[in-house]
Design a protein around this ligand. Structure first.
Ligand SMILES: [Zn+2]
Length: 407
């Protein structure tokens, strides 16, 4: 209780509806002496105002630097400039931070390399590559993105495949596919029926990635709760309430399961493409399913980005998963410079310290995001305490292999 003492606090409560009732009568033999009993009238507290402080006396390990150098495979240092109904329009990008600003943090936090996934295409892509990758080839990599706004042009499949080859020529190291595919892209780009993830019109694009040895970082679907009614039973109620546009409940959206099944049908047709399924296989709540998919698709990998909240609340299952699939997991954060609406992914020293603590320590019950309230659900997480060999793989070895980085 800060600032006020117990007597003041009781007085305040008194004005809020507490009566102190003095018990009468003397205690009988063997009974505790009766104390005055407080009858507290139940208060109502808005959920958004609830910020409980844990009373657990448990160890808190500060991990300021990762034990081994890190490759963050999932950041957004540049982003598309124009978007309509969830679909990127045009080639322009916004540069969200200068390399110098980012490099300072990287040196501090032992981050050897960052992959900027959202490099867009054409002129925007060239600008992102120029500013980051060409200026600091050992510190940044840039991925390209499909030209969704060309989807309804005649000859799109061939054009898209050629565009991948051009992006590769320009220096792009991979392709990023945002959840636009499956949830926003429509037959007439921003209108009409939704286009399916396994639509054959993308087959040439996937194969062009395989031909250029460009891994595909793919974000399919979203947390399961985003497909459910936003009500008191929804575990992401506050988050969805703050971002109602993140809900894919109802309307003409497929279910989470349908999206993942369409993704798997597409994976079956393209065994030569290396797929980094972002946000822990696009399904961090269901590690049984992610494991089945990894067993089924040897060309599939996962990253951790923005999912330590899910992994850290099932630490025993997650730890076993990391042991079994230690060659398939990569470090990623989804970090975006600046901004306030998604504290779990704002590029900062604190963000990396939480990821390192989660992976390296066995600390218990701590925040998964640098925020006064847990932004992705009201729970805390537990560290995995991974052994050194697994840490090396997750921090950099797996990414080095898939991204073909020569150490
Ligand atoms: Zn992302």
């Amino acid at each position: 209780m800060s600032g006020i003492n117990r007597r003041q606090w009781l007085r305040r409560l008194g004005t809020a509806g507490v009566a102190t009732v003095a018990a009468t009568g003397s205690p009988g033999k063997g009974q505790e002496p009766t104390r005055p009993t407080q009858v507290v009238k139940r208060e109502r507290l808005a959920l958004e105002d609830f910020q409980p402080k844990s009373m657990l006396h448990v160890s808190e390990t500060k991990v300021l630097r990762s034990r081994f150098p890190v490759i963050d495979v999932h950041t957004h240092l540049t982003i598309w400039a124009r978007v309509k109904n969830g679909v990127t329009l045009g080639e322009e990008i916004k540069v969200l931070a200068s390399p110098d600003e980012v490099l300072h943090l990287m040196d501090q936090k032992n981050i050897r390399l960052m992959v900027n996934l959202t490099g867009n295409r054409g002129k925007g892509l060239e600008e992102a590559i120029q500013r980051f990758q060409r200026a600091h080839p050992d510190r940044f990599m840039v991925f390209a993105e499909p030209g969704w706004d060309h989807f309804d042009h005649p000859g799109y499949p061939r054009w898209q495949a050629d565009e991948i080859a051009r992006a590769h020529q320009a220096g792009a190291k991979g392709l990023k596919v945002v959840k636009t595919l499956g949830l926003y892209l429509r037959e007439q780009v921003t209108s009409g029926p939704l286009v399916k993830i396994d639509d054959p019109r993308f087959d040439l694009m996937w194969e062009a990635c395989a031909a250029s040895k460009m891994p595909v970082a793919i974000h399919i679907s979203d947390p399961e709760a985003f497909f459910l009614t936003i009500d008191r039973f929804n575990e992401r109620f506050e988050e969805l309430n703050n971002h109602p546009d993140w809900s894919f409940h109802d309307r003409d959206f497929p279910s989470n399961r349908e999206l993942l099944e369409a993704r798997n049908r597409m994976f079956t047709r393209h065994p030569k493409v290396q797929f980094i399924t972002l946000h822990f296989g696009n399904n961090a709540e269901n590690l049984v399913n992610v494991a089945e998919c990894l067993d089924r698709f040897p060309n599939m990998y996962v990253d951790l980005a923005a999912r330590i909240g899910e992994l850290g609340r099932q630490p025993r299952t997650a730890r076993k998963f990391f042991e079994k699939y230690q060659d398939r997991i990569m470090f990623g954060t989804d970090a975006v410079p600046n901004g306030t609406s998604t504290p779990q992914q704002i590029l900062s020293a604190k963000l990396y310290e939480i990821y390192y603590r989660f992976l390296e320590t066995e600390d218990e019950y701590f925040d998964y995001a640098p925020a006064p309230k847990p932004p992705q659900g009201r729970w805390q997480i537990y560290g995995l305490g991974l052994p050194e060999a697994i840490l090396r793989k997750v921090y950099y070895e797996n990414a080095e292999r898939v991204l073909r980085i020569v150490a």
